[in-house]
Design a binder for this molecule. Structure first.
Ligand SMILES: *Cc1c(COP(=O)(O)O)cnc(C)c1O
Length: 398
């Protein structure tokens, strides 16, 4: 490829390709491949053998129990995918139609979709450079400006709508500053729901993500572990747990034979087949985490050896990231350089991806309320995810 004219601080694609190759070796690499090294086949096969493939079965109960344990939460409900996990968490938190939910503009579209499906209004806020997650300082300053309090409840003085919930997202597995965000949520009486779709196994202040607040996880094929498709909500609140169980199982009252449904609800259950896969994957989660963290460490070393201009985004202080996707931050990067870099990487068989388009820039979400988003806009054109599959990290586990 012809080099693009660049400022002297900008890193050249050849150096980036060489550093990535140093870690991944030869071959074509996608961002994240699933890996099934354990009891996956045996458990799925046993479902087929005994006929329990659908919405009830022993693997569903076991997966919920094991997952709650793995996350340090009292309860877990497994569901069809991460998006509906978020939607159900919002319903269980008491979100009413037309109420606003604060979420980062920098996230996967599913976070905002879940708010819409739950009848809420997405309200976008800015991220911080260190974790790429919601910035507590910017959030606090913004809320001071726009919130008027009615009966102790936070109302957006610009729209007149109640702001009901705060939904931070742990981007690429790097935990947000949850203590600060929890304090803000408390001050403004906001429900706190973590979009932990990318953060299974991550920790903040020595505590597992999912152990402190209601959190939603995803087990989509590209996440750290997969059930094919699937998700979960963890909570320490028995009433919320009951509510989510009820809403995701057609709101059927328990009865030996009768069909009494007391709400218009959903069938969002995770089939036993998928839960079987989940049980096997969860057994290997500690190994997966070691591999992911070793891989990230190798990338950090490889990129510290090249000329300045690019560096791996490391876990924020006081946290332990699952490094779901390893992110490379380019200095002095603008949209044309980013495109040029991605084209060169793809040509070399490294199927890297940029950040999502900030959600306020999608026409479907352009009319939503939002804070100033200077960091989001800047980050959107200088981050690239590099191949991060568990398998790539295995050789580096010491
Ligand atoms: C993957 C993901 C989701 C949605 O999960 P699905 O299982 O694909 O529905 C939500 N939020 C974030 C941040 C995600 O990465």
């Amino acid at each position: 490829m012809q080099p693009l004219t660049q400022s002297s601080a900008a890193v050249q694609p050849e150096s980036v390709i060489a550093a990535i190759r140093d870690v991944t070796g030869e071959g074509t690499h996608i961002l994240h491949e699933p890996y099934f090294p354990g009891n996956e086949k045996a458990y799925v096969f046993s479902c087929i053998e005994d006929g329990w493939v659908s919405s009830v079965g022993s693997f569903v109960d076991r997966f919920e129990k094991d997952l709650a344990t793995a996350c340090g939460a009292k309860h877990a409900v497994v569901v069809a995918n991460g998006t509906v996990a978020l939607q159900m968490a919002l319903h269980a938190s008491g979100l009413q139609p037309g109420e606003e939910v604060l979420l980062p503009a920098l996230t996967f579209v599913a976070t905002a979709n879940a708010v819409m499906h739950a009848g809420g209004v997405p309200h976008f806020v800015d991220c911080e450079e260190t974790s790429l997650g919601m910035c507590p300082d910017a959030l606090e300053a913004y809320l001071k400006q726009i919130v008027s309090s009615k009966d102790g409840k936070a109302v957006n003085s610009k729209t007149g709508r109640r702001i009901r919930a705060l939904m931070p997202v742990h981007i690429f597995g790097h935990p947000c500053q949850m203590d600060k965000l929890a304090r803000i949520a408390h001050t403004y009486q906001l429900e706190l729901i973590e979009d932990a779709a990318e953060a299974l196994g991550s920790e903040s202040g020595g505590k597992k993500i999912g152990s402190q607040h209601m959190a939603a996880f995803s087990f989509n094929g590209n996440k750290i572990l997969t059930t094919g498709g699937g998700g979960a909500v963890t909570t320490n609140d028995a009433a919320q747990y009951q509510k989510i169980k009820h809403l995701t199982t057609t709101a059927k009252q328990p009865h030996a034979w009768d069909f009494v449904h007391d709400e218009v609800a959903w069938n969002f259950r995770l089939p036993n087949l998928n839960a079987a896969l989940g049980c096997a994957q969860l057994e290997t989660l500690p190994d997966f985490l070691r591999a992911k963290r070793a891989l990230a460490q190798r990338y950090i070393e490889a990129f510290s050896n090249i000329d300045s201009g690019a560096a791996i985004l490391t876990e924020p202080e006081g946290t332990k990231s699952n490094y779901w996707l390893v992110a490379l931050k380019l200095d002095a990067c603008e949209q044309p350089q980013l495109e040029h870099m991605l084209a060169a990487l793809h040509e070399a068989g490294l199927l890297c991806r940029p950040l999502w388009k900030p959600l306020h820039s999608l026409p479907i979400y352009a009319d939503c309320p939002r804070a100033g988003l200077p960091v989001t806009k800047r980050m959107a054109q200088c981050i690239i995810n590099v191949p991060s599959s568990v398998k790539l990290g295995l050789p580096y586990v010491s």
